[in-house]
Design a protein around this ligand. Structure first.
Ligand SMILES: *[C@@H]1O[C@H](CO)[C@@H](O)[C@H](O)[C@H]1NC(C)=O
Ligand SMILES: *[C@@H]1O[C@H](CO)[C@@H](O)[C@H](O)[C@H]1NC(C)=O
Ligand SMILES: *[C@@H]1O[C@H](CO)[C@@H](O)[C@H](O)[C@H]1NC(C)=O
Length: 359
């Protein structure tokens, strides 16, 4: 464990296996965001982190590693959550709990979002956050098309976690059922991209939620190994072991400056479609918990928090409920909350989860 921690704490870890070969001389580069060379320093030197972009071999002995513990957070979602983490680049480490890009990443509304604040400000322990969220995401791109085809849906994001190596608890990411939090904030684009469609919106919400919770079930799934009388081959399914889930419901997208432009009747319709989706989401969360012994869930009611703040914006330090892009605005742009709004969300999530390992 101590050699692992020393890796985690003294070098900028790369997922690529480029490392190992050449020994880097003193003052040569041994790490960094776009660096792909060796990470091994010549004897008598060690790889010292200088910045997200540069680590170098310096004479001396590596300082004692961070004594831990380290906990983990795996968020999934859309631009309300994304920090543009690339799971194939530098992984979360003691110098940057997001791994990449440089903290706090690139966000939908500009500046730091709730993932940044909860990882680094309202955290009650050191958290390595692997943020799989992707801007523009919908739950299933075949059900609600994202704004461009390259967007990774919730299905894609969970599959990236499941098949990209992290799910298997590798030495680089020693998460356990107990120390890992999984979170999902999705639905903004599903609702904004489909509320105006004809047909039974409640039935459509159930279709979306069926797929959403099938993915959650995949994350819970434990190692199963069995053979049956009809086959001589033993079968197994991959262990996953997620046990702690934070769900965030769909916020007041109807109050975004973008949707305000659509007019009052569009706003009213979207508001009611979202409210119905959120009611169904809450009952899915309850049944997911009930049918999975050992699973803990939290549900953050983002919708109510947006309502509370936007009904009395000045009480929360905002100039009004509709301006965007300026100092003191709730909205960072016409579809995303600002950094100041995200700070309030992060604090409220930390309050909801008070007493947990993470916040
Ligand atoms: C993610 O990082 C890998 C390794 O540095 C790089 O090859 C890839 O192009 C990056 N992906 C994106 C979308 O930037
Ligand atoms: C919160 O995270 C930061 C950044 O990783 C870390 O320096 C700090 O020690 C953490 N706080 C606690 C209470 O562990
Ligand atoms: C996504 O939606 C399409 C269209 O309904 C469906 O055929 C497909 O099975 C869905 N994908 C998943 C993984 O649920």
């Amino acid at each position: 464990m101590s050699s692992l921690l020393s890796l985690l704490t003294t070098t900028a870890l790369l997922v690529s296996s480029a490392a190992a070969q050449a020994q880097i001389p003193a003052f040569g580069q041994c790490g960094g965001l776009t660096y792909t060379g060796s990470t091994t320093c010549v004897a008598g030197t060690f790889c010292q982190w200088d910045s997200d972009f540069f680590s170098q071999c310096v004479p001396g002995t590596a300082p004692p590693p961070f004594a831990g513990p380290i906990n983990f957070w795996f968020p999934f979602g859309d631009s309300y959550t994304s920090t543009t983490f690339n799971a194939s680049s530098v992984l979360p480490n003691i110098h940057n709990p997001f791994g990449n890009p440089p903290f706090p990443g690139f966000t939908g509304g500009g500046g730091e979002n709730y993932v940044g604040y909860d990882t680094e400000t309202f955290n009650k322990s050191v958290i390595f956050t692997y943020n799989y969220a992707f801007g523009g995401a919908t739950i299933n791109a075949s059900l609600v098309a994202p704004f461009e085809p390259t967007v990774l849906s919730l299905i894609d994001q969970v599959n990236e976690f499941l098949t990209g190596g992290v799910a298997g608890k590798p030495a680089t990411t020693p998460w356990t059922s107990g120390n890992a939090l999984f979170s999902v904030w999705i639905g903004v684009n599903d609702m904004a991209g489909s509320y105006f469609e004809p047909g039974d919106r409640g039935a459509f919400a159930d279709t979306l939620l069926d797929e959403y919770f099938a993915l959650m079930q995949k994350l819970v799934r434990d190692f199963v190994s069995f053979s049956n009388t009809f086959s001589s081959c033993p079968h197994s399914s991959t262990a996953v072991g997620a046990r702690n889930f934070l769900f965030l419901n769909v916020p007041r997208v109807d109050l975004t400056p973008l949707i305000i432009q659509e007019g009052a009747s569009a706003q009213a319709l979207l508001k009611s479609v979202i409210a119905d989706f959120n009611t169904r989401l809450a009952s899915r969360v309850a049944s997911f918990k009930a049918s999975n012994a050992g699973v803990t869930t939290w549900l953050w009611d983002s919708n109510s928090v947006f309502t509370t703040i936007l009904s009395a914006p000045t009480q929360f330090g905002f100039v009004d409920a509709v301006s965007f892009g300026g100092t003191g605005d709730f909205w960072g742009n016409n579809f995303h909350p600002s950094q100041a709004a995200h700070q309030i969300f992060a604090q409220d999530i930390a309050t909801l989860m008070a007493g947990s390992l993470w916040f």
